[in-house]
Design a protein around this ligand. Structure first.
Ligand SMILES: [Zn+2]
Length: 406
């Protein structure tokens, strides 16, 4: 039985998709106005391992990952660089796709962009207005959280927001704390970043974009919503309100959130000047597979601290795994697999699945795989049949971890 921690219930739950073996997954993708760093990729790699494990267990994933290409920061950055929003976001989208290829992240089935979903977004805001959840002030449209009593069910913050919490007033309506923007009327600073819709000339707010894209590709109720912990409030909280307003129920069954990667005790971010990129690792001889290995040594619900020392260790372990695969492939001795080898492989397979079934304890699954590598490396004269057994288990583990050892 597979169990997963659901942020919504704050406990581990049995994983039971809504429609048998078909699993609908929406992962919040990057804001493509800057280059993602290895802190961002921690989330995307875990989401990839999550999906790979579902496939390994015989599920079929329908995976949507959006690219946020319309938002305040992107527009400000485009203006700063003297580029159009499209030029800027196309550039960073290309970098993102090149990075995830290097990281061997399985492609999503759909990569919708906010800019390509405008009619659906406008339609959704109109629907919310019709149902009494949205109102308009001078061309700006807001979600009225006083109409949604369950607001706060995900984060536990509820209607307390605005009382002492620092919030950006760019995206909130001042006199009714907590009401958030759905559609922003055009202002001069927006330049050419606007669309003419039934809501007027303007652009969507951030959270409505993901809700509209989710509904478009996965319907108004699907299985899994994922992202980093900083998405819990306010992004996913707002999404629950919007989804409920539109359909009268919660849009996802499981909400799964990945904790941050830290560096020197702080969250990695470009604005703090401590961001490290995939290329920086490459220059120091650390391969993408080793970075994945590093991520997996911590449970996704724990923060992980990045140090170059740890990255180097991960690279060494990665090298050992590769050497082990080479050695196993070269095994020539004939004869049937011995009892010891059969037992070691069976035990590794069992512990791997047990660890992954228990809310994706990748660090335990990783230890299991390492123990098997150690067993194989420590045995001279491993028979070909034994090597084949170990190899098949390692290939299976690698299908989930995606280290690219084969
Ligand atoms: Zn999102």
């Amino acid at each position: 039985m597979m169990r997963v921690f659901n942020t919504l219930s704050r406990r581990k739950e049995e994983f039971r998709p809504l429609r048998g073996k078909a699993v609908g997954i929406y992962t919040c993708g990057p804001s493509v106005y800057q280059r993602p760093h290895i802190g961002n990729y921690r989330t995307y790699v875990f989401e990839d391992v999550f999906k790979r494990y579902l496939i390994w267990k015989g599920y079929h994933a329908r995976h949507v990952m959006n690219l946020t290409d319309v938002e305040n920061k992107a527009i400000a950055e485009a203006r700063r660089q003297g580029k159009s929003l499209k030029e800027l976001t196309s550039h960073y989208s290309r970098i993102f796709f090149s990075d995830i290829k290097k990281l061997d992240i399985l492609p999503a089935d759909f990569y919708p962009r906010a800019s390509g979903t405008i009619p659906e977004i406008a339609g959704l805001v109109a629907l919310l207005a019709k149902k009494g959840y949205a109102y308009e002030v001078g061309g700006d449209w807001y979600f009225d959280i006083s109409k949604f009593r369950r607001y706060g069910m995900l984060s536990g913050l509820g209607h307390k927001i605005g009382k002492g919490r620092r919030i950006s007033f760019d995206d909130y309506y001042k006199w009714q704390a907590g009401d958030f923007i759905l559609w922003r009327r055009w202002r001069e600073a927006d330049g050419k970043a606007f669309w003419n819709t039934r809501l007027g000339k303007g652009r969507p707010g951030w959270s409505i974009e993901c809700t509209a894209m989710g509904r478009k590709f996965l319907g108004d109720r699907f299985d899994v919503k994922m992202g980093g912990v900083d998405n819990i409030f306010c992004h996913h909280e707002n999404e629950i309100a919007q989804g409920w307003g539109a359909s009268g129920r919660i849009f996802a069954k499981y909400f799964i959130h990945v904790k941050h990667l830290l560096i020197n005790g702080r969250k990695m971010s470009k604005s703090l000047g401590n961001a490290i990129y995939l290329d920086d690792l490459g220059r120091r001889g650390i391969e993408p597979g080793a970075l994945r290995l590093f991520y997996l040594t911590a449970h996704y619900r724990r923060r992980i601290s990045f140090t170059w020392e740890k990255a180097k260790k991960a690279q060494e372990r990665f090298g050992e795994c590769r050497k082990c695969v080479g050695k196993l492939k070269a095994a020539k001795e004939s004869g049937e697999a011995g009892k010891e080898a059969r037992a070691a492989v069976e035990k590794a397979r069992r512990s791997f699945e047990k660890a992954m079934d228990d809310d994706f304890q990748t660090q335990k699954a990783h230890d299991t795989a390492c123990a098997l590598v150690k067993f194989a490396n420590g045995r001279d004269g491993l028979r070909k049949s034994e090597a084949a057994l170990v190899l098949s288990a390692m290939r299976d583990f690698d299908r989930v971890f995606g280290l690219g050892l084969f």
